[in-house]
Design a protein around this ligand. Structure first.
Ligand SMILES: *[C@@H]1O[C@H](CO)[C@@H](O)[C@H](O)[C@H]1NC(C)=O
Ligand SMILES: *[C@@H]1O[C@H](CO)[C@@H](O)[C@H](O)[C@H]1NC(C)=O
Ligand SMILES: [Zn+2]
Length: 593
């Protein structure tokens, strides 16, 4: 199997096991990186004629600016040095009450969320979250006595640590308490049981260890450590943890959003950090991928009805036959691939080309560097990327026929049949554009099969009753627009980038700050709880600083989330905590946020 086939297979497993309303594959922004590997192989075959590029490619100076590592230098300088030493100790990682023990304890509480859950108070399956809260209160005593804790919709956690200067906008750290359910049939396949929190000397094993108990516990350890060292914030610090991110998110973050908006107001938060990507060894260079964009989401139900009857006297086409023709029509009309200047995927590539290592094929580097000023290079690059279905997921709205239902009996004509077409909407597009694409693709077939056509509540053609049957399109769930893109030329993005570099350069075992990481903005093709928080801040980052210690290549990373054998490298987890601490202290000192 090629690398890309392996990836596709593992992401198919992820999708299949998730079954969420808006599948929340935070880690899937790794996909952008994974592609570089298969791309590498493909280039050998494509041999793009470089003579097409009229000018010799020069890196535009501002294609991917990299700020210097940012360390606390003012009032938080001393505490940062103290904590740097503390977090480098074995006791911090391995000791009683140490980072690994706290994460393992959290993993042992099976906070599963299901797609079919009834509201809090009705469905008893939520009650395990009370156990989780009790655990957190026990192991994070300082956080629970010093910070103000409000529980929203019973299980949503909202911690607030008021800063001395209320005129400064707070910063918001997010995470989620719930985990993807473990399929009972797969329990035997786990190397260590899914809720064991087993530590084998290198990794903590179990559901949630990498998504997102690590983020949630990591943030709380960061806060507890800061408290232990006498830190008092100048800027208010907020942490909010939903509890159904792996389902709809509505009960948790959906409810928290209203409370936070009332408390802090529109655009009232300096920046938001939620789970997301980390650091990946890409073509031999360490790249950090904060996701600044998130694709939109739309599930369309396509339903056909026509008169039933005995199948011994059938019409030319049954509802199932018609539906099949409609689905073929979908697949014959994919969305165009667009690599546009100023888009996040092109920015990701610019960072790779400008700062990436020598393992990047020269022809690709040349094309990427030329793309900002050469139309030929831009189109050629688009053409190359479009051939790879993983890149297409970054550069186009995608559609996938994921459900089909119809017919009950071998000798009865089916009166109704339906399918569900899943769409992930490109940042540059919209829900309206996707609906229009659906309508335009199916209209001719509605006519051909003599069906009245209603799309998203509007009659498009014919009135029901005047035709042989009906075709209706409707949303399966609330549609989600693509997220607004967090601007890259902002103080918040610069602060985040500088903090990533500072944490990385001082990581355990680093050669005294000599190692560097390139920060590249990226797109998330899954969704996170941040979808409810857009109004709070234009600066939303989905980034967890994962893989900072291990420095794995993309093909070595993806298989550990949402599926069997979820686990996290112990040093990676400690680095995550160090990153949170660095970011908190930098944000607290910042006078530009
Ligand atoms: C469409 O179906 C209706 C109802 O069966 C029928 O009256 C009408 O003639 C049909 N139109 C065409 C163009 O076949
Ligand atoms: C790191 O290097 C700087 C100078 O480059 C030196 O002053 C410092 O002592 C070194 N720190 C460690 C921990 O080696
Ligand atoms: Zn998650």
């Amino acid at each position: 199997m090629s690398e890309s086939e392996k990836l596709l297979q593992s992401s198919a497993v992820v999708r299949q096991r998730t079954r969420t309303r808006w599948p929340s594959l935070a880690v899937i922004c790794l996909v952008v990186v994974l592609l570089f590997i298969s791309l590498n192989a493909k280039l050998q075959l494509l041999a793009f004629p470089l003579s097409l590029i009229s000018e010799p490619p020069r890196p535009p100076p501002d294609a991917c600016p990299q700020p210097a590592p940012l360390f606390p230098t003012r009032r938080n300088a001393a505490i940062w040095e103290t904590i740097r030493t503390q977090t480098a100790s074995d006791a911090f990682k391995l000791g009683p009450g140490g980072a690994l023990e706290l994460l393992a304890g959290a993993v042992r509480i099976p906070t599963e969320s299901y797609d079919d859950m009834h509201p809090v108070g009705v469905d008893p399956r939520w009650e395990v979250f009370a156990d989780f809260h009790a655990y957190l209160a026990r192991v994070f005593p300082r956080v629970h006595t010093t910070l103000k804790l409000r529980k929203i919709n019973t299980y949503g956690l909202w911690f607030e640590w008021p800063g001395a200067d209320p005129s400064l906008k707070p910063v918001l750290f997010m995470g989620h308490q719930d985990v993807v359910p473990v399929e009972p049939t797969t329990v035997g396949e786990w190397t260590h049981p899914p809720y064991s929190g087993y530590f084998d000397g290198h990794r903590i094993w179990g559901r949630g260890s990498a998504d997102d108990k690590n983020g949630l516990v990591g943030i709380l350890i960061a806060l507890e450590t800061l408290l232990q060292n006498g830190f008092t914030p100048t800027r208010t610090l907020v942490a909010a943890f939903g509890f159904d991110e792996e389902a709809s998110g509505l009960e948790g973050a959906g409810a928290l959003a209203g409370a936070l908006l009332t408390a802090y107001g529109e655009d009232g938060v300096a920046f938001i950090l939620d789970e997301g990507d980390g650091i990946v060894n890409t073509f031999g260079t360490a790249l950090a991928y904060p996701c600044v964009a998130e694709k939109g989401y739309l599930d369309v139900v396509v339903e056909v009805t026509s008169p039933g009857g005995h199948s011994s006297v059938p019409p030319e086409h049954t509802t199932i036959g018609i539906l099949a023709a409609l689905l073929v029509q979908y697949e014959a009309n994919p969305y165009p691939v667009r690599l546009s200047r100023g888009s996040t995927p092109l920015q990701t590539l610019q960072c790779l080309a400008q700062h990436g290592g020598s393992a990047l094929p020269p022809a690709i580097r040349a094309l990427i560097l030329a793309a900002p000023h050469s139309d030929e290079a831009l189109r050629a690059l688009e053409g190359i990327l479009a051939k790879d279905r993983l890149y297409r997921s970054q550069l186009a709205t995608t559609q996938a026929v994921d459900v089909v239902r119809g017919g009950v009996k071998a000798n009865a004509l089916p009166e109704a049949a339906h399918a569900v077409v899943n769409h992930r909407i490109l940042t540059e597009s919209s829900v309206a554009e996707v609906r229009a694409h659906n309508i335009a693709a199916l209209r001719p077939l509605a006519e051909r099969f003599n069906l009245s056509f209603t799309a998203f509540g509007v009659a498009e053609q014919g009135a029901p009753g005047t035709a042989r049957g009906t075709l209706a399109l409707r949303d399966m769930y609330d549609a989600l627009e693509p997220a607004p893109v967090s601007p890259r030329d902002s103080s918040a993005y610069e602060l985040l980038s500088g903090s990533i570099k500072a944490a990385y350069g001082t990581r355990r075992g680093a050669a005294n700050g000599s190692d560097t990481v390139v920060v590249a903005p990226a797109v998330l093709v899954g969704n996170t709880d941040t979808q409810f928080y857009w109004k709070l801040s234009p600066h939303i980052f989905r980034y967890g600083h994962g893989n900072a210690a291990a420095g794995l290549r993309p093909d070595e990373i993806l298989d550990k989330i949402h599926t069997v054998d979820e686990s996290i490298d112990a040093d990676d987890f400690v680095e995550m905590i160090r990153f949170f601490i660095t970011l908190v202290l930098n944000a607290d000192e910042s006078v530009v946020l």
